[in-house]
Design a protein around this ligand. Structure first.
Ligand SMILES: *Cc1c(COP(=O)(O)O)cnc(C)c1O
Length: 468
């Protein structure tokens, strides 16, 4: 491999930094969609396995050129697909430092800085989100693994109450665990239960109302009519409608029956930071575990999620690890691998720390409110337009829109508008099915979205819809 001198190193990094600034500054002006076809992308990247190496600068230039046409402007202000969120510049820079320092954030001894930054950022998050002060936490890759981690702690806890040590005995011969879950839960709950060996058949779905809030009557009936170790899965922010379960009642009911409450709050938990939206999560602090994302509404780069647990001993029992060749903390130092499913891993805490430090509680609260206000504006204008319906109560950042067709095939029309808007490139949103209806799903979760972005996007949506 060609050697690299100091001068080359500076040039390499400077070039990437210059390119990064251009890319981010250019986001408002590029089409939001990818402009390359699958074939074009394959042609851009495919090559025989390289037998010999080449200069770093060449590689980076080639990589940039090849990738550019196949990139979506997901970090930009007019991307409203899925629930994505952007990456604030300070968090991108902090993430570069994490890559530069290349710390192994598994053990305190491998990187005191990475360990302590997580300790501090984790405490800040607990305070921001209004969770119990003594909660434990783990920095994970995202909502999926945060749900897995919370449910692993739950599995340990509810089986320990039956005098069954699942860490040693596994599930063979164990008491049957039931999972009572909102029927509109996110699919990562089901997938976590698969990973945990509980299987999706362990789920007893609880009917939800038109917004996606679980029925308390159904929950009470299920709790009263079943038995054995029980986990209740509630959600803060339905992935389509943004709806919240009623945590006060859910927790009170579940705890009466000694059940564990896990809350999937991938994006919705952030409502807790906003004075005007905090009412949506009332009582959420009464749950036993929580999952959230930093790469969604906190706007840090991928991959970044956090699991919290009100029972640190159960969290620790489910995740901790001991190996003879490692040097484990003996005092109050944090060995991160004891709180998340990974062993070696990226120092995710730096970017989260930078985000919170940069915005402060006030800035995060403003960001949440801004996104929710933008969502409300989308709903207001679209609802007033001819042949357009808004299907959900827009209390958070999610808007579900349906387009009515003259021939009565509203599903087909709605899908056509979604696809037409994606092709148009002014903005990007995805489709979904909501209560057996096709819908356009608008999620406003980006720190940089402006009022102008919203107006331009509404104009594009209505233009595409009326042109069909
Ligand atoms: C996004 C999301 C998840 C999954 O989170 P990832 O960060 O993609 O792993 C889980 N639940 C809800 C409600 C979500 O919105």
């Amino acid at each position: 491999m060609p050697a690299m001198g100091d001068a080359d190193l500076g040039a390499l990094f400077e070039e990437v930094a210059r390119y990064a600034a251009c890319f981010i500054e250019g986001l408002p002006d590029r089409p939001v969609r990818s402009s390359a076809s699958l074939d074009e992308m394959r042609t851009a990247f495919e090559a025989p396995l390289p037998e010999v190496g080449r200069e770093p600068q060449t590689i980076i230039q080639e990589l940039t050129m090849a990738a550019e046409p196949g990139l979506l402007a997901t970090p930009g202000g007019r991307f409203f697909g899925f629930v994505i969120g952007g990456a604030m510049p300070v968090t991108v820079a902090a993430d570069w430092l994490a890559a530069t320092w290349d710390q192994n954030a598994g053990l305190y001894v491998a990187s005191p800085a990475a360990s302590v930054v997580e300790d501090v950022a984790g405490r800040w998050l607990i305070e921001l989100l209004g969770l119990p002060q003594e909660s434990s936490f783990g920095f994970v890759t995202g909502g999926q693994i945060a749900n897995f981690t919370g449910l692993a702690a739950a599995r340990h806890h509810v089986l320990e109450q039956e005098v069954w040590n699942v860490q040693e005995k596994g599930l063979q011969g164990a008491p049957v665990v039931r999972v009572l879950a909102n029927e509109t839960r996110h699919d990562t709950i089901d997938r976590s239960l698969r990973y945990l060996g509980l299987g999706t058949d362990s789920i007893q779905p609880l009917v939800a109302d038109d917004e996606g809030r679980m029925s308390l009557v159904a929950l009470r009936d299920a709790l009263a009519n079943g038995q054995g170790p029980t986990i209740v899965c509630a959600q803060a922010g339905n992935v389509n409608s943004g709806a919240f379960d009623r945590f006060d009642d859910v927790c009170a009911l579940a705890h009466k029956y000694n059940a564990w409450v896990h809350v999937d709050g991938a994006f919705g938990l952030w409502a807790a930071v906003s004075a005007t939206r905090r009412y949506l999560v009332a009582g959420v602090e009464g749950a036993d575990s929580w999952a959230t994302d930093a790469h969604k509404w906190l706007n840090v780069p991928y991959d970044s999620g956090i699991a919290f647990c009100a029972h640190p001993e159960s969290h620790h029992a489910a995740m901790s690890v001991h190996a003879s060749y490692l040097i484990h903390a003996e005092g109050t130092e944090r060995d991160q691998m004891d709180w998340n499913p990974e062993f070696s891993r990226r120092a995710r805490g730096f970017a989260v720390y930078a985000a919170i430090r940069h915005l402060g509680r006030e800035g995060i609260s403003h960001m949440i409110d801004r996104c929710c206000d933008h969502a409300r504006r989308f709903a207001e204008v679209l609802r007033a337009a001819e042949g357009v319906e808004v299907l959900n109560d827009v209390l958070l950042n999610q808007v579900l829109v349906r387009f009515l067709a003259e021939d009565g095939d509203h599903d087909a029309k709605t899908r056509a508008v979604v696809s037409g808007v994606q092709t148009d490139g002014t903005c990007w949103m995805s489709g979904t099915a909501w209560r057996d209806m096709a819908a356009m799903r608008i999620s406003v979760s980006n720190w940089s979205t402006t009022e102008e972005d919203v107006e331009r996007s509404i104009e594009a949506i209505l233009r595409v819809a009326s042109g069909l």
